[in-house]
Ligand binder design. Sequence first.
Ligand code: MN
Ligand code: MN
Length: 463
Amino acid sequence: MKMKTAWENYDEVQRQTLERLCAGYRAYLDAGKTERECVTAAIALAKAAGYRDLAALRAADEKIGPGSKVYASCMGKALLLFQLGSLPLTRGMRILGAHIDSPRLDLKQRPFYEESGIAYLDTHYYGGIKKYQWLASPLAIHGVIVKKDGSSICLALGEQPDDPVFCISDLLPHLAQEQVQKKAAQVIEGENLDLICGSIPLQGEEKNAVLANVLRLIAERYGVEEEDFVSAELEIVPAGPAREAGFDRSMILAYGQDDRVCAYTSLVSLLDAATPQQTACCYLVDKEETGSIGATGAQSAFFENTVAELMELAGCYSELALRRALAASCALSSDVSAAYDPLFGDVYSKRNSAFLGGGLAFNKYTGSRGKNGANDANAEYLGEIRRLLDAAQVCYQTAEMGKVDAGGGGTISYLLAKYGMQVVDCGVPVISMHAPWELTSKADIFEAKRGYDAFLAATAAHK
Ligand code: MN
Ligand code: MN
């Protein structure tokens, strides 16, 4: 049987729209390799679309109403954006929630050491990685260093063509007879994922002269000293821009597409939206890859606190009104899905897999080994979603992460569902998910945007 893909549906105009969207997406990926950078880039796009800072509106005691466009940032690492609808907030919101943190290596608080004439940076990995994938390839350092006086230095080193890059060493095959027999998890120990960062000794220095030279260069260039790294958040990510992939340029190969592919499409869907009936919301959140813990993760009160502030500005806040607004909402937990990979076909249940180019993928439930930890979406809600996607002629598919006993994963859906709202997981299928370079289909990105557009434009029946 010939597999049907979204590509078959497109005319010339749609292909051009698709290419424009994906060019914008690649630019967003290049501007946002950390959650902080993703928030900064999203705020710039939002401001250009007429969105205003909730904190500023509050300070000016300005009231808001239908059509008002508002954003709120949490520590520069999570972001909420709203476009107020014509219906009262108690009729619920339509929420697109995606995460903007991605697997990576973080620098430790005391990262510097020298060994055998090489200066190193010590790291602790973040999220689920296959450690061996990070060896012997160019890496960049992104993040922030906060000095004792409160000033901060933002870093993105390794992205410009003439920037230096960094790397973690791997063993030559000639001497790897024992290494290649090891389990993949032990090919490199987490403790040894350390970055090579210099090799010229400082003249006249006796001990750790290479490290002394590296620290001298850092002090010269950034005005920071070794001690300042104690109050820093520096992330090691693959160096280089997002690329088009394939002879037909049908795919995108890039770092951090889980879940910036859903974050970007959700964001631009909201920014493009005409004034809806129900308030439209985009939630870009941090820390999903480590369990959504922390002030900027989906377990924090940032979401409901911000909705409370929004209702206050709209002149309709009460504790009960807030509860009603949250419970009457419906959400797409926009997170990537595993795309069927024929080279690893044995871990997938083919009939229940998402395929590259098959369109926006819905996971009714996630979790692992007996739906553990799953948010299992309501059949009635999926029925509504099917109706609105079919009406908008969006190409979509349904999927599970893989075979029942093969493993699994989670998203932020259960955290939105705890307010009693309707939530289902859906997103773009990814090949090589969590690898330094992940692969997606432009058609799926386009269908995700079209699906989110249709979702935000719809209105749930009054219950
Ligand atoms: Mn994800
Ligand atoms: Mn993930």
